[in-house]
Design a protein around this ligand. Structure first.
Ligand code: ADP
Length: 373
């Protein structure tokens, strides 16, 4: 049943975007008819071989339910889960146990290492449980990729938090699973270690070429380590795309607000010339690249990221500075454009004109620095 990690690497090289795992029209309801909760609502997503997918969404949006269904820990009410050509959603208990042991690697925030065993014994434990032989070449590769060669005889108490996480990662990889599932793995670590471990996890995932799904609350983590991000809301996919697509071209206010900071300016299309729309915003006009078809007279919402605009003395939308705050690497502004509060981030403020609270000035942005929803 198991397909091996090194096959993944070979196939990854030959057919980089082949789908390894899919959720197909997945519905999961909990509770009786009169108090039913629909945790997943006809959700379909694909996970491509060798790619890391980050799943984000507010609490209760269905992230854990999706992970549990993918891992065969929970059965969907309807729809299918496919992993490596196997229909997980129709397996019996015996098949599920084997599937979870051989096809899925789990990484949680608690490392769950056995304190009395060495790092090496902990890593090999899943093979012992599955009564599978040790493939020394694969073991050596995994240990070397996670950087534990010098620590194999140490017990968990003799290892740092980051090293214990590496043991947990190696233990998940040793069975050569089809998919690696990360459930908020870094939330117990301090801020600095989180940042270095996320880079490490990304490097290891890419070096092994394994398909991974990563649930996180942390948007910088999601952007830093994934090929694709899925934003979930109320059991459905709000948007799926590369980190850049999600950040620069959010499809809704919900997504724009969820990933990064966003200003929303309401306007009416006054004129269209090629790709550029002239909008009436708060009684003034601004040119904006139409990232979707719009028509003259249409009321639209424009997304402006805080770093996409600057304050000027003479061009743009007139505004009044309400907050001007030095933050070291950037100046943080809150300005009022008509009725709308706009937050701006001016990076590298050292050599720039700084506007003080109470000043009247202008918000300037390039037409292609914004996005029409
Ligand atoms: P997330 O991981 O995004 O926080 P979950 O998948 O845990 O969301 O939950 C999605 C919805 O399903 C929520 O409304 C939650 O209360 C409900 N839910 C999850 N698990 C159960 C369960 N075992 N019994 C009843 N309701 C559940």
């Amino acid at each position: 049943m198991a397909r091996h990690g090194r096959q993944h690497i070979e196939q990854h090289e030959s057919d980089g975007n082949a789908v390894v795992a899919s959720a197909i029209d997945l519905v999961k309801t909990y509770g009786a008819d009169d108090a039913q909760v629909r945790a997943l609502d006809h959700l379909s997503v694909d996970f491509a071989r060798g790619e890391m997918t980050a799943i984000m969404g507010p609490s209760g949006s269905g992230k854990s339910t999706l992970m549990h269904c993918m891992a065969g820990l929970d059965q969907p009410t309807s729809g299918k889960v496919m992993v490596e050509g196997l229909e997980v959603s129709s397996m019996n208990q015996r098949q599920l146990t084997r599937f979870r042991r051989e096809q899925i690697g789990f990484i949680f925030q608690s490392f769950n290492l056995v304190p009395t065993l060495s790092a090496e014994e902990n890593i090999l434990l899943p093979l012992q449980i599955a009564k599978k032989p040790i493939d020394r070449a694969w073991f050596d590769k995994v240990v070397s990729v996670v950087g534990l060669q010098q620590r194999l005889s140490h017990r968990p108490s003799q290892l740092s938090g980051g090293q214990q996480q590496r043991v947990a990662l190696a233990r998940a990889l040793v069975v050569e699973p089809g998919v690696l599932l990360f459930d908020e793995p870094l939330s117990n670590l301090d801020a600095k270690l989180r940042v270095s471990m996320r880079t490490e996890i990304r490097r290891i995932q890419q070096e092994v070429g394994i398909t991974a799904i990563y649930v996180t609350h942390d948007q910088s983590e999601a952007m830093a380590l994934s090929d694709q991000i899925i934003i979930m809301n109320k059991g459905v996919v709000a948007q799926i795309g590369t980190p850049q697509e999600i950040y620069f071209h959010p499809v809704s206010e919900f997504v724009a607000d969820f990933i990064g900071e966003a200003n929303f300016l309401r306007g009416k299309v006054l004129a269209l010339e090629g790709n550029t729309a002239t909008l009436a915003i708060e009684g003034e006009t601004a040119h904006v690249e139409a990232t979707r078809p719009v028509s003259v007279g249409e009321e639209v919402t424009m997304v402006l990221r805080p770093e996409s605009a600057t304050l000027t003395e003479d061009r743009g939308l007139p505004c009044k500075v309400e907050v001007s705050c030095f933050m070291g690497s950037y100046q943080n502004y809150h300005v009022r454009v008509g009725e709308t509060l706009v937050k701006l981030t001016e990076y590298n403020p050292k050599n720039k004109r700084i506007f003080a609270q109470g000043e009247n000035c202008f918000v300037h942005f390039d037409a292609n620095a914004t996005h029409i929803l």
